[in-house]
Design a protein around this ligand. Structure first.
Ligand code: ZN
Length: 211
């Protein structure tokens, strides 16, 4: 079973790539959901996590790693692979992950330049004359020929900026540390068609696993 750790900026296309892999037998592990399910159990430890999460906190990194491990170990052995998305969430969690005596998996970065991500997220265009909606780089309404206007408001831009800045300060260092630790890392050109990205990713995984 392949453990695949997916990284990518907001609107990089990472989520869609994950969906394509799900169609070929990968299962997604949502750390948040796995932790909530684990915390619903009866032990003191589980109740403690339940109380921590109820007040908006996280469990310790060691506990998160243990829950992800148990999630993976609980999957049917014929499962193609598991996708970890949003895990490890930061350098401390990566350290806990690498300290565990397990297969740490293969990381894949959907590498999409920030400007492209921004256009994808904020590039919605609308025709002020007839209401037709489109997407950059289209600038002229295909229905009536009027000039399209951007529909995203400043609030959307602020949300995007915040998410990108969070990615650069919290997630990018995890990718750098992953590469420094000499763990398998696949960099994918995120500007291409999602099917091409998913195909390359599957081929690279097969190559790294010697299949
Ligand atoms: Zn129009």
């Amino acid at each position: 079973m392949t453990t695949l750790v997916l990284f990518g900026r907001p609107a990089s296309g990472k989520g869609t790539v994950g969906q394509r892999l799900a169609e070929s037998g990968y299962l997604a592990c949502s750390t948040g959901q796995a932790m909530r399910e684990w915390a619903a159990g009866p032990s003191d430890e589980q109740r403690a996590l339940r109380e921590t999460m109820a007040t908006g906190g996280y469990g310790s990194d060691e506990l998160a790693v243990r829950i992800v491990r148990e999630f993976i170990q609980g999957l049917p052995p014929e499962t193609t692979g598991v996708i970890l998305d949003g895990f490890p969430r930061d350098l401390a969690q990566l350290e806990a992950w690498l300290a565990a005596p397990i297969d740490h998996g293969i990381a894949a970065v959907v590498d999409t330049p920030e400007a492209v991500c921004r256009d994808r997220m904020l590039g919605r265009m609308i025709c002020p004359a007839c209401g037709w909606s489109d997407h950059t780089p289209t600038t002229i309404c295909v229905r009536c020929g009027a000039e399209l206007q951007r529909r995203a408001d400043d609030g959307d831009a602020a949300v995007f900026d915040r998410r990108v800045s969070d990615y650069e300060t919290r997630v990018a260092p995890v990718i750098d540390a992953w590469a420094r630790a000499d763990l398998p890392l696949i960099r994918l050109d995120g500007t291409r068609d999602v099917d091409a990205i998913a195909r390359e990713l599957r081929a690279e995984v097969a190559r790294l696993e010697g299949r």
